[in-house]
Design a binder for this molecule. Structure first.
Ligand code: 1GP
Length: 255
């Protein structure tokens, strides 16, 4: 039977999955884009497709739908939910864990440390598991919401060495996950060359997302060394694709 990620000690389970080369598939849900019907549909499909985790968040949260979204996930599925916050107000204790993102590809002090200082006292009291993550924005061929909102320059797509050195710095600083993101809806996903370069440089679990539209692209990213593949946009267009996407990633797992 397929091994499932449990709700507690998620960070540790991600490290174990990485060590045993077990690739994970994640669906990103943007609560702003999900009305109740869509949301229940993608959650139930994700559950049947064996999706490992649900990330919840968006760069721009214009509605108050985060808590509702997390509650629906909890009611309708067993998949752990992870906050992927676009800004510091996107916190909720209804999630299982939080990607505590430091935007290490950028030079915006608020996103490197400022927001962390603001939210730390709250998080120290929260039951949500905090997962320190080196978040790296990679140029995906066109400006994305996240590059605009974060007011940072992404790492050029053809500069894998910069990505490598940035990820190394993240590991040396003690971060626990590296997230290479071309940004939601990116024209081009992060290249396999860049993923491989970062893979060879750090031991941490590597999350890759942004602009992945086909099961083949998802599998290629995993084969290049990504441990966790994230897809959002494309599944908003066609939720049915979650089955093939999850299969493409999980088919690389032997056990
Ligand atoms: C964005 O990595 C995620 O932050 C997913 O991107 O929506 O393009 O799949 P997409």
């Amino acid at each position: 039977m397929k091994k499932k990620i449990q709700h507690s000690n998620i960070l540790q389970q991600l490290a174990t999955a990485r060590k045993s080369q077990r690739k994970l598939f994640v669906v990103l849900i943007d609560p702003d884009h999900a009305d109740t019907g869509n949301l229940e549909d993608i959650i139930s499909k994700a559950e049947s497709a064996g999706v490992d985790l649900l990330f919840v968040g968006g760069s721009l949260m214009v509605s108050d739908s985060m808590d509702l979204c997390l509650e629906t996930i909890r009611q309708k599925s067993h998949i752990p939910s992870i906050l992927f916050p676009g800004n510091p107000i996107q916190l909720s204790d209804k999630a299982d864990a939080l990607l505590y993102l430091s935007l290490i590809s950028g030079r915006n002090a608020e996103l490197l440390i400022g927001n962390h200082v603001v939210t730390a006292p709250l998080l120290m009291q929260s039951r949500v598991q905090v997962m320190p993550t080196g978040y790296m924005l990679i140029d995906g061929g066109a400006p994305t919401t996240v590059s605009y909102i974060s007011n940072t320059l992404p790492i050029p797509a053809d500069k894998p060495d910069i990505a490598m050195a940035t990820a190394m710095a993240g590991q040396l600083l003690g971060l626990q996950l590296i997230y290479l993101d071309a940004g939601s809806g990116a024209k081009n996903p992060v290249s396999t060359k860049m993923i491989a370069k970062v893979r060879n440089a750090v031991d941490l679990p590597i999350i890759v997302g942004g602009g992945i539209r086909t099961p083949e692209q998802a599998a290629q990213a995993a084969q290049a060394g990504a441990d966790i593949i994230v897809v959002g946009n494309q599944l908003e267009e066609n939720a049915e694709l979650v089955f093939e996407m999850a299969r493409a990633v999980h088919s690389l797992n032997f056990a």
